[in-house]
Design a protein around this ligand. Sequence first.
Ligand code: ADP
Length: 458
Amino acid sequence: MIRSFRLRLTVWYVGCFAALFALLTAGLYGVLSRALTSRLDESLLSQAATASALFQDEMEETQNDPARSATEAVSNMRLRAGKVAVLDGARVLAASGPFDAAAAVRQMSAGARLAGARESAYSIPGARAAVYRFNCHGRAYVAVAAEPLDAIDADLAAIRRAMFLAFPLILAIAGAGGYWFATRGMAPLDAMAAQARRITGSNLDARLEIGDAAGELTALAESFNELLGRLDQSFDNMRRFVADASHELRTPVAVIRGEADVTLAKERTAAEYKESLAIILDESRRLSRLVDDLLNLARADAGRVKLQAQEFYWNDLLSECCRSVQSLAVARQIELECRCAADTPFSGDEELLRRMTLNLLDNAIRYTPPGGKVLAELEAGAEGVRIRISDTGIGIGADAAAHVFERFFRADKARSRGNGGFGLGLAIVKWIAESHRGAVELASRPGAGSTFTVTFPR
Ligand code: ADP
């Protein structure tokens, strides 16, 4: 197996070229050999016709003496390599040289196809022969001319020799040319590879220079650049995620440490220790919630969360969720209403979907001032399930609405942090909805309230 693409390309090219060249030369050789034979045939036929004409002239002069006329006619022919003969039926009247003309005619007559032809040419061992039939004074005669194939064979052998000599030379030239073209064609690819090799995690914003490469290579470079763009984007997201996560982790850790430092600085009363521990516990809870969320998102990014799908009823799930946030709603003086009719079973990861619903309910309560209202509705049909959580809270401006599903995004940082949020809740909602082939939408008006709608196909 040849590893170099350029070499492989060249080998293919040379292989195809050799096959084509061999085919072409074989064809040409065939045509040439046929042309040489037919030229010889023409000359032989004309010799036979001349012999017949001479014979008929002599017959006039010798007053019908076939043997003498034939001898005269044959001796009057000026021949180089060939031989002629005149026959009366199968009897040779005269022949130039020791030439078995009768056998040649017999051989021709054996081919029934040629038996009746007036003139014809054919091969006899080592030679070509032509016969010419004619009548003279009421009798049928045959004039035969034959010539060895030596001259043609010599010509063809010379051509064969030339071809065999030319073949490797032409292949060598084709190979060198093919390799040169392949190298030239691959040059932009080499350049791209060199550029790509220089791209690392720290310069993902670099792009391949496309230049004036051929169409396919341009497409390749463009795809590669698009890939780099996507990688750059995810690297950026990841970096931001890590930076945001460390930033978020710092606050509770600093609070815990500070609290412990201050408390341990001097002797405290039992009540003071208790208060301190309560603060530390509170921050630890926040911290562990944050770590849980981060872990979940990281797992989701790595595609390592396997949905534990099971059948459940959405109306049960939604009313359970409402019940669990009821005390929070009461504490904040918010009216919580849950509207859910009877439902058909739905298949999904109940735990994750509970988490999603709780996040939405939790937000609705947290971002609604006392006296407001939160409504959880379920619409279940044959085509899908729709969960709508609406509130009469502070609402979300159009600018912020475009980003609420991003990680660590908080429309109002101070307020959200005060509420205990990290800006991860809606990112998790979106991920859970999408991992169930669902979608989440937000409709909101600042000051009037927000409605989050999650839809799942059945
Ligand atoms: P957080 O933990 O900060 O609440 P989320 O991802 O749940 O993070 O929400 C992101 C931001 O979207 C919040 O900081 C808040 O500004 C806004 N938000 C979410 N839900 C609501 C809502 N029901 N009403 C008003 N604003 C909301």
